[in-house]
Write a protein that binds this ligand. Structure first.
Ligand code: PLP
Length: 392
């Protein structure tokens, strides 16, 4: 059984594929035919790895959190994606995809963003590599995330409001897809998570897989073995989690834990816990678990963290869930907040609210004293200060 790679049509078990309007076919087909050959080429890897090292600041540390370990009586390591340039794991993917777009001869980049983190990462990569950048963002998110909108503008991106539907992330995705249909030759769509039609889930997972590649090397150096007992990550669409799990999914001795946003509680009507609430459906071009009504209308998700506020989940994760290869926890807003305050107090690290959902698993599951537990700290908390201050 291979969990890591989709089949040639982009399926992870029954999930994935490419459900796209005919008008999008040329764009997606071009990507499907070329992405592996380009990103695996030596020339591409040389440029990408050089940028990851000297521009992004990789390898990110694998930090043994002594105080947190003491509190939970186990061995906790934090993978510090919060120390990347622009403050989260998203730059790993944005840089990779913009480099790929250049090699496909594209001059114009579009992206969607919810909290603005992916928009900032994409605008950053475009500034660096000299491509035009257009970011679609829900009108409501533009109001909620003013600092990131300012960053994108300073970086030279044009931010276009999505004014349809609930005026949030899923509407921004729809606008971006519409733009791509209208500009197939010049434009590449940089999707921000392991979602979308094949090959995006695989493409994004490969760019994020640097996270688990480094964890293995760093554990080997620190404790003499490559495999931890547990890896834990939060799942919105699932890109930081896919990167954290990637080189471990075929390793039977590594247990995998995913943390979803429970919002106000899975049965509250205000939640984003897709594996608990979702059913088989098609969202944004792939078949996966989707929060939807009986007649297939998407249900508005809720999470205190904008990065987890998504009504779907990548097909890779839906497959891990279905096959019980990963254990899923749903973490409520309040629990995530408490974990953020706890990490700050014990370790002097202010985490992103998204990452705090992964940390909150420490309160839900008992680990043994000698277990090696690696948690992906997907991003830093600067963007969440307003929410933290309101809840202090
Ligand atoms: C966007 C974001 C997430 C959620 O996205 P995934 O694709 O699920 O990783 C998690 N953490 C941070 C810090 C983010 O910015």
């Amino acid at each position: 059984m291979n969990y890591k790679n989709p089949d040639e049509h982009g399926y992870y078990g029954e999930f994935g594929g490419a459900f796209i309007p005919e008008m999008l076919y040329p764009n997606v087909d071009e990507l499907q035919k070329n992405y592996l050959q380009i990103i695996e080429s030596e020339e591409f890897q040389n440029e990408y790895q050089d940028l990851l090292k000297n521009y992004v600041g990789r390898a990110t540390p694998l930090y043994f959190a002594r105080n947190l370990s003491q509190k939970y009586n186990t061995q906790i390591y934090l993978k510090r994606e919060d120390l990347n340039h622009t403050g989260a794991h998203k730059i790993n993917n944005a840089l990779g995809q913009v480099l790929l777009a250049k090699r496909l001869g594209k001059t114009r980049i579009i992206a969607e963003t919810g909290a603005g983190q992916h928009g900032v990462a994409t605008a950053t990569a475009c500034a660096l590599l000299g491509l035009e950048c257009i970011v679609y963002m829900g009108e409501i998110d533009i109001q909620r995330q003013a600092p990131n909108v300012a960053r994108m503008k300073m970086l030279g991106a044009e931010v276009i409001p999505a004014t349809s539907g609930s005026k949030t992330l899923k509407d921004a995705v729809n606008e971006a897809l519409r733009d791509w249909i209208n500009n197939p030759v010049t434009t590449h769509y940089v999707i921000g998570s392991v979602v979308g039609p094949h090959p995006f889930p695989d493409l994004v997972a490969r760019f994020q897989s640097i996270i688990s590649k480094e964890i293995r090397e760093q554990l080997k150096e620190k404790i003499g073995r490559e495999n931890p007992d547990y890896v834990i990550a939060c799942v919105g669409g699932g890109s930081n989690a896919a990167g954290t799990f990637y080189h471990f999914v075929e390793e039977k001795d590594v247990k995998i834990i995913a943390a979803e946003a429970g919002g106000l509680g899975v049965n509250s009507g205000k939640s984003a816990a897709t594996t608990f609430l979702g059913t088989l459906g098609v969202l944004h071009g792939s078949k996966s678990l989707v929060m939807q009504t009986g007649d297939g209308q998407v249900i508005e998700p809720h999470s205190i963290s904008a990065g987890l506020d998504y009504p779907g989940i990548g097909p890779f994760h839906a497959h891990l869930f279905k096959e019980k290869r990963a254990e899923f926890f749903s973490i409520n807003d309040e629990e995530a907040l408490q974990s953020a305050f706890e990490l700050t107090k014990l370790e002097g690290i202010i985490p992103a609210l998204e990452s705090s959902h992964a940390l909150a698993v420490l309160d839900k599951k008992r680990f043994n004293e000698n277990d090696i537990v690696v948690i992906c700290l997907s991003g830093r908390g600067d963007k969440d200060m307003e929410t933290y201050l309101k809840n202090l």
